[in-house]
Design a binder for this molecule. Structure first.
Ligand SMILES: [Ca+2]
Ligand SMILES: [Ca+2]
Length: 176
């Protein structure tokens, strides 16, 4: 009888954990933000930010961190899955609607690692790691506990060209 009671308590606790969307004390450290069909998971690991973005497109998906308005001045990580290959690029928002690769800007560097991803039915998910402070002018320094603008962006279904026009853009904020 005691054992059954313990099992019920454990199950109730597990439901309580998973029911909290932005619980900063989740056991594995992940936080989550959902907006307009996008889901971003993130967590700080040492001096890095590990992230997983799912977006409502079979084309490219992107997230922009700490911009001023929409894409402007945001550190944008953009990726697409084409067959078995995953391409993820480190970009920067040069105005509210335009982003370019950091490498195309003077002194800019690619600072994304641990890249992977998968395509679902109508969705694309990308996983990546970025430094909280890369030292690159075209990334933005992030500090744990602080709140930043984020923007979620995607291209048309099947459009894996990161330089093509976007289909959807949604602005929100997250606390790192
Ligand atoms: Ca960079
Ligand atoms: Ca960047």
């Amino acid at each position: 009888m005691k054992r059954i009671f313990a099992a019920v308590v454990v199950t109730a606790l597990m439901i309580a954990w998973t029911g909290c969307g932005e619980n900063p004390f989740s056991p594995d450290g992940w936080k989550v933000k959902k907006k307009d069909g996008f889901t971003l998971h993130w967590r700080v690991v040492g001096s890095d930010l590990e992230a997983k973005l799912e977006g409502p497109s079979t084309g490219w998906v992107a997230v922009g961190f700490a911009g001023s308005y929409l894409m402007h001045d945001a550190n944008i990580i953009i990726g697409a899955v084409t067959g078995s290959s995953v391409n993820i690029r480190d970009d920067f928002g040069i105005n509210d609607k335009t982003h370019v690769s950091d490498t195309s800007l003077q002194g800019g560097k690619q600072n994304v690692s641990n890249k992977s991803g998968e395509e679902g039915s109508g969705t694309t998910t990308i996983h990546f790691t970025i430094p909280l402070n890369s030292g690159d002018l075209y990334d933005n320094v992030l500090s744990q506990g602080k709140t930043y603008n984020v923007v979620f962006i995607c291209g048309d279904d099947g459009d894996d060209d990161p330089d093509s026009d976007y289909k959807q853009i949604s602005a929100t904020s997250i606390t790192i």
